[in-house]
Design a protein around this ligand. Sequence first.
Ligand code: TRP
Length: 478
Amino acid sequence: MSGSKLSAQSWSSQTVFILAAVGSAVGLGNIWKFPYITGEYGGGAFVLVYLLCVFLIGLPIMLSEIALGRAGKANPVRTMAKLAKESNSSKAWALVGFNSVMAGLLILSFYSVIAGLVIAYFFYSLFGSFSGISGEVAKQMFADSVANPWALLFWFSLALGLTLLIVARGIKNGLEKAVNFMMPALFIVLMILLVYAIFSGSFGESFAFIFAPDFSKLTWTGVLIALGQAFFTLSVGLGAMMAYGAYLDDKASIVKAGLWIVGLDTLVALLAGLVIFAIVFQQGLSPAEGPGLLFTTLPIAFGQMPGGWLFGSLFFALVIMAAISSTISLVEPSVAWMDQRFSIARSKSIWILGAIAWLLGVGALLSFNYWQDLKLLGSRNFFDSLDFLTTSIMLPVGGLFISIFMAWIIKPEIRGEQLGSSEFWMSVFLVTLRYITPFGIIVVFAYNLDERIASWLMAAVAIGYLGFVIQKKVSEQS
Ligand code: TRP
């Protein structure tokens, strides 16, 4: 028997859905990744592009994903297949769902490596290792932490194990309780850090670095990374929000939820960036420190401030929770899929999925030590290759198809039913989703290909898309 019924799960209220979705969105992407790539790609101009991508590309896709999820009420593969059928379109749309299952596992692997490091740092803080350390010592501490593959393996396995344990218990028991407490607490600790940064760090410099755009520092690669980051940080492009939307009550407002999720996620990223760069400049560190940025800056702050031992431990504990409330949503699409497609229970499927993610994760953690010199995609190591392939390719491509599906393919009645906003906002939404969102993604991709073929390819794609739009318009009118 195929598990055709959706597991009898649902969120207990709209607020809980928002909390869980914010839990998915806010994570290492905001606190660890956003600051370090902002540093690597030069600050202000990068941040501006990132914000544009968040609001013009990420937000419309976020709304689409939740709406599609709630309309389909199943895992992303089945949701897409079902909605495509209802809208008299090809079954191939289910491929969007498969992208979701695969990208989720790939991200889970390298993400859990960093989540593991955060667990290690929680214990460092608890044992007082940060007190009075300098920038140099903090850098050495990070270097030592990643040099030892066995320690990394231990922390990584712990992080992955925790995620799988929670997913196995289903969304109600595991997830809701954690996010309820975590989100407000994380915000308070960030505020404490912000006060510290304003009084003890180079806050003005940090502010300028993030908000004063210097376009000479912006490259097309930077734009692609910013686009990918917009997807990554909002948890869109993959179907995670689709999977979560499937459990959302029909009365809840998707637009309101979407705005909260995107707003809070952006706020947390900017706050984390402001705090971290204030410490970078005060300590004379380099903004382009790479993935170790979070781990070399915040310990210095915790080591200096009164009560830093407590706040440090609390902070890293909260980041662990933020990470785990995100990793859960990376596994949810595949777990729901295995449940509904093959009737494999959650408690079993997590072993299969966990094993795949674990193997990939071992490769990711070896990139910090034994495999340091192994180069894959565009001279990236294994860790960065996984990151690049998922964040900068699979998520935007997934998002592109989700936006096209929502904008052109799905029956307009379903769209109206789900989003149900005023005619004015619906047309703003549709215009953005039809023209700005897909073109934005295509342009960024095209410019990142080989320069000579980029413009040709872009022109071809643009003409193709235009033809498609015209044909749609014509058939709509007839
Ligand atoms: N958004 C999370 C973060 O910023 C990461 C994440 C969780 C994610 N689920 C996702 C990214 C689904 C893409 C798709 O840390």
